[in-house]
Design a protein around this ligand. Structure first.
Ligand code: NAP
Length: 259
């Protein structure tokens, strides 16, 4: 569904491909179809093979780097690898999050200090860490993107500590946009509607959320990963050159509904 050539000549890195259902994978295919050159990361050696198999289905050869975002040395090594392989990059897609399962099924007031910090570190702080790494590589400006969810601004049952992390993530988008704008680097978030992925299945009652959205969203259905990918390609392209610091909803309109 993405236009060909929109990203011709652009190079970027996608963080967060876990399997074929990952939002990051749909985005990667969209970016590839639009002509971009891509690099990928995997979280650890155990998961490398899975990402390698997926990436090998893309038409062009892609670089692959280890990057657990909680490890500063791995983030720095990613920057060195991208610099070596690409020289410069035009976009970075941050498509990852983590919270412990118990924090996504019990009352929010039960959240432990450890669980709170873990969710913030992986799901929110990591955007700042990878933006700092990527900024010097975006020599002609660039587009940094992250994925968020409505649970950042509304209390969504069981989303809990991840909602608080997403609120911090969206605020980070605005501060990073303000900080990096003079370098021509744009920073935006896509707020996707619920999609059945590995991470989403960790949220207790996720299937009910899918059903409610399909019933109440203006478009009367759930969003497809390809639709999120379309917005991501747009944000990586020059068509969005005037947009920064924004949270763009790709959720079949669910966020606008009151009663
Ligand atoms: P997913 O396929 O499970 O992707 C989550 C990714 O986060 C995985 O690739 C996972 O890697 C990675 N990750 C977790 N901890 C990490 C760490 N320490 N270092 C590096 N990577 C780490 O699920 P997804 O739904 O596509 O999630 C992608 C993004 O979209 C997340 O930010 C999520 O919150 C957001 N989002 C999802 C939905 C939805 O309904 N699915 C809606 C709105 C926003 P491993 O699997 O290798 O650990």
């Amino acid at each position: 569904m993405t236009e060909t050539n929109l990203l011709q000549g652009k190079k970027g890195v996608v963080l967060g491909v876990a399997n074929k259902r990952s939002i990051a994978w749909a985005i990667s295919k969209g970016m590839s179809d639009a002509g971009a050159e891509l690099a990928f990361t995997y979280q650890n050696e155990k998961l490398k093979g899975r990402v390698e198999d997926l990436v090998s289905t893309l038409p062009a050869e892609c670089s692959l780097f280890p990057c657990d975002v909680t490890d500063d040395e791995q983030v720095a090594a990613l920057g060195e690898g991208l610099s070596r392989d690409f020289g410069s990059i035009d976009f970075l897609v941050h498509c990852l999050a983590f919270a412990s399962r118990e924090d996504l099924e019990r009352g929010f007031s039960q959240t432990s200090r450890e669980g709170y910090l873990l969710a913030q570190e992986v799901s929110s702080y990591s955007l700042t860490a990878v933006s700092r790494m990527a900024a010097p590589l975006m020599k002609d400006g660039g587009s940094i993107q992250t994925l968020t969810y409505l649970g950042s601004e509304r209390a969504v049952k069981n989303y809990n500590v991840m909602g608080v992390a997403k609120a911090a993530l969206e605020s980070s988008v605005r501060y990073l946009a303000a900080d990096l704008g003079e370098k021509g680097i744009r920073v935006n978030a896509i707020s996707a509607g619920p999609i059945n992925t590995l991470a989403a299945r960790g949220i207790s009652g996720f299937t009910d959320i899918l059903g409610q959205v399909a019933e109440r969203a203006p478009l009367k259905r759930n969003v497809e990963t390809e639709e999120v990918a379309g917005a991501s390609v747009f944000l990586a392209s020059d068509l969005s050159s005037g947009i920064t610091g924004e949270v763009i909803y790709v959720d079949c309109g669910y966020n606008i509904v009151g009663l």
